[in-house]
Design a protein around this ligand. Structure first.
Ligand code: SF4
Length: 379
């Protein structure tokens, strides 16, 4: 083991020290308990990060996400995929995805974005929060040394899409913000080859990097995990306010936006919260913003809770519609009528879905084929 690898090994402890500035130490340590299984011989990338500043007296401050990690030499930020080397900050996962799959766009879910098409889904290790309900914790809470990584440049990803006729790349599964540079360059190159890009994110990113990134994206889906700060503090390890600010920023930029709210029994499932959520969306984003309520299944650190009852999801749906939201969906309840899109004016089924499959499409371009009402989205 050379000096760099030895110090990188010590960096595990250093990263925990960074995490200790938050309230997430036990969970974070949980993710590192198998630290000896790290493969330190793996080649990681050394592309310079784009959002950080050098601090007087040494060290850097990462300005990519609201966590603003302060990182000294050979330490990593909280997300575990950014490393300070002689006060130059690096991304370690550029071109090193650990998950790659072709999915229906409905699986993201994006329901108003070229329905029935596919997306090449890409993810690297790492995440800038630690949701106790994470569906992909094996990769999101891992370091890049712990995952099996492919070696795929932005060009290689775009080439896969053009050769396989996949119209879109989705940055997804873990948190794409933490592989920002890889996502940005791929999206930029994709646009030159008519390949679209969508980000599936928790929205925990600073204003400037998001503004820059949106120039290369075609749509964003944000997981809004709750409408209360205490939930973000206790079950996400982040803050709600920056996410709400980013949602408004996305909408103001004219970017196509859909929101998913995972309904977790006893944690974020009261009628008061559903009403607050719908009213916030109506006031700040508009009634034409699609809202997906998704069913929770016990996993990761919340195996003690039951799956979301269908009735709770239907209550959330009814409250949101009563508040005036026009496109409200239920997810993870295959076969439910609320998987489909209806015209808010005449009630006709516009897109009939069951699971990720589409059975009818009654849109004429962006309009209802029956009454002519314009339907928001990219169709
Ligand atoms: S992107 Fe990573 S290193 Fe940067 S502030 Fe967020 S968690 Fe910290």
């Amino acid at each position: 083991m050379d000096r760099r690898m030895f110090l990188r090994c010590l960096g595990c402890g250093a990263a925990v020290a960074t995490a200790s500035q938050t309230e997430l130490v036990p969970e974070f340590l949980g993710g590192l308990q198998n630290a000896c299984a790290f493969d330190f011989t793996k080649e990681l990338s050394s592309v310079q990060a784009r959002y950080y500043k050098k601090l007087e007296g040494g060290g850097i401050e990462c300005t990519l996400c609201p966590r603003h990690c302060i990182v000294t030499d050979l330490e990593r930020g909280y997300c575990g995929v950014r490393e300070n080397r002689d006060d130059v900050y690096h991304t370690l996962v550029y071109g090193l995805p650990c998950a790659l799959n072709i999915d229906p766009i409905e699986k993201k879910p994006l329901f108003h974005f070229y329905p029935g098409t596919t997306a090449l889904s890409v993810a690297t290790a790492g995440c800038n929060v630690n949701c106790k309900c994470c569906q992909n914790w094996e990769i999101s809470q891992s370091r890049p040394e712990q995952t099996d990584n492919l070696d795929l440049s932005p060009k290689a990803l775009v080439d896969i899409c053009t050769h396989r006729n996949v119209p879109t790349i989705a940055y997804t599964y873990s948190e794409p913000v933490i592989f920002y540079e890889y996502m940005y360059d791929t999206a930029e190159l994709g646009h030159k080859k008519a390949v679209k890009s969508v980000m599936i994110t928790g929205g925990y990113i600073e204003q400037k990097p998001l503004a820059d990134l949106m120039l290369q994206l075609d749509a964003i889906k944000v997981d809004l995990k709750a409408i209360r700060e205490d939930y973000y503090r206790n079950f996400v390890g982040g803050k709600l306010k920056p996410v709400l600010d980013r949602l408004v920023q996305i909408k103001k930029a004219g970017m196509w936006l859909e929101i998913v709210y995972l309904v977790i029994p006893t944690l974020n499932d009261t009628e008061a919260e559903f009403k607050e959520l719908a009213q916030w969306i109506k006031t700040n984003l508009g009634t034409d913003t699609p809202l997906h309520f998704s069913r929770f299944h016990p996993q990761y650190l919340l195996k003690n809770l039951p799956a979301t009852p269908k009735k709770t999801l239907e209550t959330a749906h009814a409250i949101s519609r009563a508040e005036g939201l026009e496109f409200v969906y239920l997810g993870n309840v295959a076969g439910h009528p609320a998987e489909s899109t209806y015209c808010p004016a005449c009630g006709q089924v516009l897109i009939e879905r069951r699971g990720y499959r589409i059975y009818q499409n009654n849109l004429k371009g962006n309009h209802c084929s029956k009454c002519g009402r314009e339907i928001p989205g990219l169709f």
